[in-house]
Design a protein around this ligand. Structure first.
Ligand code: ZN
Length: 143
């Protein structure tokens, strides 16, 4: 367990906490959701106009919050909207685990894992890649 391993563990965790999967699908839905909130809040304000502007606004925002908390939660956490995993495949590379020369696979990016600019990318043969994939899933890296 050298320091490289510790660093790897540390950044793995760090990335998982900080990396928000704010992709274009989520962003688009979020903008649409803001448009939807407009007529709902306007209708509430219209219906409660008799209560006075301030009270009506407070109630309208309360109703909006009750509805859009769940909508926003869906937008930001739904696995359906997650960025699809990106793999890189290279021919005739040495497997990082068993050293066989074969077609190599490398997971480049998922929701909570980004090795796009990895200075020393590790490719694995199909069998070792499957094993590594299981290990990542156990560690909570979904792909
Ligand atoms: Zn291998």
């Amino acid at each position: 367990m050298g320091s490289a391993w510790c660093r790897h563990q540390f950044y793995g965790r760090y990335q998982r906490i900080l990396f928000v999967d704010a992709n274009i699908k989520r962003y688009g839905l979020y903008l649409i959701r803001w448009q939807l909130s407009t007529p709902i809040l306007a209708a509430v304000l219209y219906l409660l106009a008799g209560l006075g502007a301030l009270t009506a606004t407070v109630i309208a925002n309360l109703i909006g919050g009750l509805i859009f908390f769940w909508v926003d939660r869906f937008i930001f956490t739904s696995r359906t909207l997650a960025t699809p995993a990106r793999w890189e495949v290279r021919e005739e590379v040495r497997c990082a685990d068993c050293s066989a020369i074969a077609r190599g696979y490398r997971l480049v990016m998922t929701k909570d894992y980004d090795r796009t600019n990895d200075p020393a990318p590790e490719f694995r043969c199909e069998a070792c890649s499957k094993k590594k994939s299981e290990e990542l899933k156990r560690r909570g890296v979904h792909h």
